[in-house]
Ligand binder design. Structure first.
Ligand code: NAD
Ligand code: UD1
Length: 384
């Protein structure tokens, strides 16, 4: 039987790159795109994260530098490949930035998705997994959160784009029965691939807790600022459902299996562990795993913060046959391995790529001069 091919948007990003490992290992062909809005690239338009994915898996994937807002290019890629499934990670996700630049967020996330589903339809591809977020639930009315908890009471623009896209996809599947779409609502993905070769390396500033804790453990920051110490939680600090990035990635393979077996038009699944962990508990586990101090300084509450959020993940267990396998200790250990092995993230690969590109250009120029060819030498290297 021929291999199935998955089109992955935002493949160079944190979750996309880890998911590509799982897809290749599950024997899918992968065609990935990214516009590098929040991921590193070499001067040659390649994604170092995905080069490392190829090393980890000893398999090849196809990558294109492409923006979802460029509908023509997206369609041209669909023309070239026989796509069976789409996993749609590409989005911008910085909550603070989304409040400052709402149109940028609606345009990129919502119009990008419209372009994608239009290209899919034009190429007879109707199976998609969409990256949604637990933030669509807003402030929880009950815990743990089940998928039938009301959605839409979202307090920021980023979260609203996720909610709007979910509603749009639901409407689409109601109107056109061919569609089969799963929205995966992620809780708080953390950690890295256990090899330490790939991990989170955003180009935009970010303020999530786990990367901040790692900076403290590295000695780059004196302490973490704990946003609120008087919440109604066991130790007074905020509670979240942290999930290992490789568990999250394997949830996507489980979702593709489901899409291939059943036609249900539209479904939502929580991807979380079901365990609530407080800020202080996470800091303490990081200290234990790394042997480095992570001092906690309690600060005022963060505006608009949610007190506690954790999943009821039983629908995914029952219907996808998926459960998170890795512990909080694994999350901290793997995060630390990535951080200490790659203090500059993928920057070294980018620098090496730039040096190689410059070197090739110099060689080509020298050859052109030798051959008496006029100026106008290209570097001869390009991504797709
Ligand atoms: P990420 O920023 O690391 O990855 C997203 C990738 O999409 C980036 O590489 C970015 O360059 C790319 N991208 C953005 N806009 C694009 C466009 N118009 N065309 C092509 N590529 C584009 O983020 P991530 O953490 O890997 O998140 C992946 C998805 O999961 C996103 O949709 C995000 O909203 C969602 N999500 C993430 C989290 C989290 O905590 N990381 C939680 C819930 C949901
Ligand atoms: C954030 C995003 C959310 C996104 C989620 C997963 C906001 C408002 N929300 O939520 O949209 O889906 O990440 O990526 O940014 N904390 C501290 N000190 C810090 C940082 C965080 O005490 O320096 C606390 C927070 O108050 C919270 C917990 O740590 O209790 C986790 O915070 P964070 O990592 O920002 O994730 P979320 O708040 O879940």
């Amino acid at each position: 039987m021929s291999k199935k091919c998955v089109f992955v948007t935002g493949g160079a990003g944190y979750i996309g790159s880890h998911c590509c490992v799982e897809l290749l290992q599950a024997d899918y062909d992968v065609v990935a795109i990214d516009n590098f809005a929040n991921s590193r690239h070499t001067g040659a338009g390649e994604a170092p994260a995905l080069k490392r994915v190829e090393e980890i898996t000893s398999k090849k994937l196809t990558f294109y530098q492409c923006d979802l807002l460029d509908a023509e290019k997206v369609n041209a890629i669909f023309d070239k490949h026989q796509i069976d499934y789409v996993i749609h990670f590409a989005a911008i996700k910085a909550v603070g930035e989304s409040m400052q630049f709402p149109l940028l967020y609606y345009k990129n996330n919502v119009i990008g998705t419209i372009n994608l589903v239009e290209a899919m339809k034009a190429h007879n591809v109707y199976h998609m997994v969409f990256s949604s977020s637990c933030c669509v639930y807003g402030d929880p009315e009950h815990l743990p959160i089940t998928e039938d908890h009301p959605t839409g009471n979202v307090t920021n623009v980023y979260g609203r784009t996720k909610y709007l896209i979910e509603e749009m996809l639901k409407d689409l599947t109601h109107a056109e029965p061919k569609w089969n779409i799963i929205s995966l609502r992620y809780f708080n993905p953390v950690g890295a691939h256990p090899s330490g070769r790939i991990g989170e390396d955003p180009t935009k500033n970010f303020t999530n807790l786990m990367p901040y804790i790692a900076q403290v453990a590295l000695g780059n920051k004196p302490h973490i600022n704990v946003f609120g110490g008087d919440y109604n939680t066991p130790d007074g600090t905020g509670v979240r459902d942290y999930i290992h990035i490789m568990d999250l990635a394997s949830g996507h393979v489980a979702a593709l299996n489901k899409l291939s077996q059943e036609h249900f038009r539209y479904k939502t699944y929580n991807l979380g562990t079901g365990e609530g962990v407080s800020v202080k508990q996470l800091a303490a586990m990081f200290e234990r795993v790394t042997g480095r101090p992570v001092p906690c300084l309690v600060q005022p509450r963060r505006l608009g913060d949610i007190v506690s959020m954790f999943a009821n993940a039983s629908r995914a267990r029952q219907e996808l046959g998926w459960t998170a396998q890795r512990s909080l200790e694994d999350m901290c250990r793997d995060m630390w391995r990535w951080q200490t092995m790659n203090p500059r993230g993928y920057q070294d690969d980018c620098d090496a790529g730039a040096a190689a590109t410059t070197g090739q250009a110099a060689l080509a120029k020298a050859a052109a001069v030798t051959n008496g060819v006029a100026n106008g030498v290209s570097n001869g290297v390009s991504g797709h």
